[in-house]
Design a protein. Structure first.
Length: 582
């Protein structure tokens, strides 16, 4: 009997222990889950969220501390930095000196008594390196600072700075007419985001070898110019010329990706300096439905393209007179210095002759969105201002073809022109080492010799069919035919007329001998045949880039300048390459 009693008691105690253990593990699991959820919520916190949680007296005390100490040491910073800035900026000012001036130098330069202040309006970022493997960076917000781990070997910090300073800056300028003018730069108002990079991290105090600083983003930069003892407006154009020179100097000398390296510990920090990373090839193909700014006739559009908005790095297209659907088909090449942050900007203007051109619209593409070695064909909607995202007005579109080729990985890229040449563009080939690309002491690629690629071949186009063409006849039908024209050579062919159809089928092949495929275009237009003439129905414009790269493809193209309609085409390329030294 006692045996059975002991067995029952043992089973009861065992079951109680098991139930207790399960409940304990479930409670611990729930606690871990709640903790993980809380940590994930903190990772998604914004500055505004942290302000709601933290009392005002605790937020953000570190910025107050930083600004207080910066104010205390500012007189020493001014004394140390003024001479350094003057020495480094003067050559840049001379580089961008307007043609109406014979010299442009500082006669006095001090930063004044008002120290800049770091603010918490900007969601700054602190990038910690070496903590996670390569891949998507992790981020966390702490007291208004976003922390991003990227797997490198340094720390990057971004902070917004406001400066309404009282510097004493006097420019000594001399005009081509021999007139000397002291010009004072005053009423400076500046807001920008500064980037500090502490790299490499070392075990020796202060734990990093060097500091790089750069102006990551300009939000506002206002100042006025005043001739001491006179009026600067007395010389037409002088005020605008000097202001543009100063802004160009700031862009060229300190704006990211330019960075100034300050060694802290002895060592070689040349790897931290600015270096070109690759070449971006941009083909400005066309634009459509642009805004008409002229009272009589139509706008005369042209485009400006740049990665860094400096005069010698900005490319300008030709002007297309009296056309809201211009075709340029022009190729431009840009040096990329930081593919992860830089973007190419295109701005379309209306030429006004002797007056300043009027902006029709602008657009941009992030280089990080491009797959190296692959051509990206994009239509971009034009907006009034790249910084303002609330612009919904239709300002037209611009058509670009983009190709990014990083230095040092040419062998990994597909080459449409043959295995003997590495591809860095569709128009030009840069050869490495003895073949024309010299690598200088700091690792930059310098093109000594280029070879221009002339792609000659036969383009075969089969006009298959059309769908949903617009009605142009009174009877609700049309008698369509298609014309095909090579823009550069002017060669022209046309299909037969298909009577009484909005969905015609042709299946007609045509061959064109193309002398320079990379710079030619195929213009395909659909017309309605009438007894006494013809009516225009729409068109599509094709560069030969895709067919040269792929060799052959079929596609359905939407008709431009038409309410409806699609055109089915089959294109094939039979190449014959010619290489010519340039």
């Amino acid at each position: 009997m006692s045996f059975f009693v002991g067995l029952i008691v043992g089973l009861a105690v065992g079951l109680a222990l098991i139930v207790g253990f399960v409940k304990s593990e479930n409670a611990r699991s729930k606690l871990r889950s709640e903790l993980a959820t809380t940590i994930a919520a903190f990772a998604r916190m914004t500055v505004e969220d942290s302000r709601k949680i933290l009392p005002a007296e605790y937020y953000p005390s570190w910025l107050d501390w930083l600004n207080q100490h910066l104010t205390k040491i500012w007189p020493y910073v001014d004394q140390a930095a003024s001479g350094l800035i003057k020495t480094s900026v003067e050559p840049v000012l001379e580089q961008y000196r307007p043609i109406i001036l014979s010299s442009l130098k500082f006669s006095k330069f001090t930063l004044g008594t008002v120290a800049p202040q770091f603010t918490d309006d900007f969601t700054g970022s602190l990038v910690l390196a070496g903590t996670v493997p390569t891949g998507n960076p992790k981020s966390m917000l702490f007291l208004g600072v976003s922390i991003i781990e990227d797997g490198g070997s340094g720390i990057t910090m971004e902070l917004e700075m406001n400066w309404d300073g009282n510097p004493s800056i006097i420019l000594d300028i001399k005009t081509r007419l021999g007139v000397s003018l002291p010009v004072q730069v005053k009423d400076i108002g500046f807001t920008g985001v500064f980037r500090l990079i502490f790299k490499p991290l070392v075990a020796e105090f202060p734990c990093f070898g060097a500091v790089c600083y750069s102006l990551r983003q300009k939000k506002k930069m206002d100042f006025t110019l005043k001739v001491i003892g006179g009026d600067i407006s007395a010389i037409p154009g002088l005020d605008d010329a000097i202001q543009e020179t100063i802004r160009n100097a700031v862009e060229d000398s300190i704006t990211w990706p330019v960075r100034k390296v300050v060694p802290i510990l002895p060592g070689d920090y040349s790897d931290l300096e600015l270096k070109p990373e690759g070449i971006l090839e941009v083909k400005l193909v066309q634009a459509k439905a642009l805004t008409n700014k002229d009272l009589i006739g139509k706008s005369d559009p042209f485009a400006k393209l740049y990665i860094r908005p400096l005069p010698d790095r900005t490319k300008t297209s030709k002007i297309i007179n009296n056309d809201l659907n211009p075709i340029w088909n022009e190729h431009f090449e840009f040096v990329v210095e930081d593919a992860s942050t830089q973007h190419v900007v295109v701005k379309v203007y209306d030429d006004e002759g002797l007056q300043a051109a009027e902006l029709l619209g602008c657009a941009q593409v992030n280089i990080s969105e491009l797959e190296p070695g692959k051509v990206k064909d994009v239509w971009l909607n034009l907006v009034k201002d790249l910084e303002v995202q609330r612009d919904n007005k239709n300002r037209g579109q611009v058509h670009l073809e983009l190709l990014y080729c990083p230095f040092g990985v040419e062998n990994a890229l597909a080459n449409p022109f043959g295995s003997d040449y590495s591809m860095t563009s569709l128009e030009k080939v840069l050869k490495s080492g003895a073949n024309g690309m010299e690598i200088n002491g700091n690792g930059n690629g310098v093109a000594q010799k280029r070879r221009e690629v002339i792609v000659r071949g036969v383009l075969s186009v089969t006009v298959i069919s059309a769908e949903d063409l617009p009605v142009v006849d009174l009877m609700g039908k049309a008698d369509p035919f298609v014309t095909l024209t090579m823009k550069k050579s002017g060669m022209r062919n046309k299909t037969r007329v298909v009577n009484n159809s909005l969905n015609p089928v042709w299946n007609q092949p045509f061959d064109f001998v193309v002398e320079d495929g990379l710079h030619d275009m195929l213009i395909v237009e659909v017309w309605d045949h009438d007894t006494f003439g013809k009516d225009y129905m729409g068109r599509c414009i094709l560069t030969l880039t895709r067919v040269i790269l792929e060799g052959e493809y079929k596609d359905c193209f939407q008709l431009d300048e038409a309410k409806s309609g699609r055109l089915n085409l089959h294109l094939k390329w039979s190449p014959q390459h010619i290489y010519r030294d340039s």
